[in-house]
Design a binder for this molecule. Sequence first.
Ligand code: SAM
Length: 261
Amino acid sequence: MEHRARKRFGQNFLSDPNIIRKIVDAIRPLPDDLMVEIGPGLGAMTEPLLERLDHLHVVEIDRDLIARLHQRWTPERLTVHEGDALKFDFGSLAGDGCPLRIVGNLPYNISTPILFHLAEFAEQVRDMSFMLQKEVVMRMVAEPGSEEYGRLSVMLQYRFRMGRLFDVPPGAFRPAPKVMSSIVRMIPLPREALGAHDEALLGEVVTAAFGQRRKTLRNTLREYLGEADFAALGIDPGLRAERLAVADYVAIANHVADKRK
Ligand code: SAM
């Protein structure tokens, strides 16, 4: 039976077999990988993934699609988790010494919250490969000084090594989205490479700095740093948020944490 794509679930289904193959090739699934696909939809990626994997977990919110998935694959091959990926405990799937691989053509309407939710499970993850709108991927991988560089860039680059693999045009989907898409790969950095003493505080500082992008750090970080603090950190308070590297934000957060001790 035809499935009518639901806008509220961000449903744009992949329909170009060459692109689907290219994505699955880039993921390189191996038979005993512990993999979870977010939003399997009509199974465009699920099927080629299952050609290479012994077993796959999926998380899907749409009941109609869930029913189809149950009809098509047995629980031995596919475990279907019914519900909202934004609330799903991905850590519950990872075994001891068996990190998760997370993949998916993500619903674009919730891309930022889903990336922040997934970042919480970085320690249990081996890698993540996602299709997202190109504009979001450009923000994820943006470098300091560029227009796209913002809170998403800093918070994700703090936790992951990221690479944009290739772009996918709207014509590869049914229905076609209005925007270009890109495939991004995220690999968690080792714990010892991270360096923030208080990650919640890092998030707070970065949110404050980018909250008003046009203002200088002297203004946006007034609550955290005085002139003497900027001098001690060797950071010019007349700069704007987009000029600072991830390491600068970590240094600021650690300085604030030390002051509060
Ligand atoms: N993987 C399929 C493909 O490539 O053709 C479908 C991709 S479509 C862009 C996004 C999928 O995510 C849909 O199947 C949609 O129902 C599902 N979805 C949307 N919001 C979700 C959520 N909060 N949690 C889990 N799945 C969700």
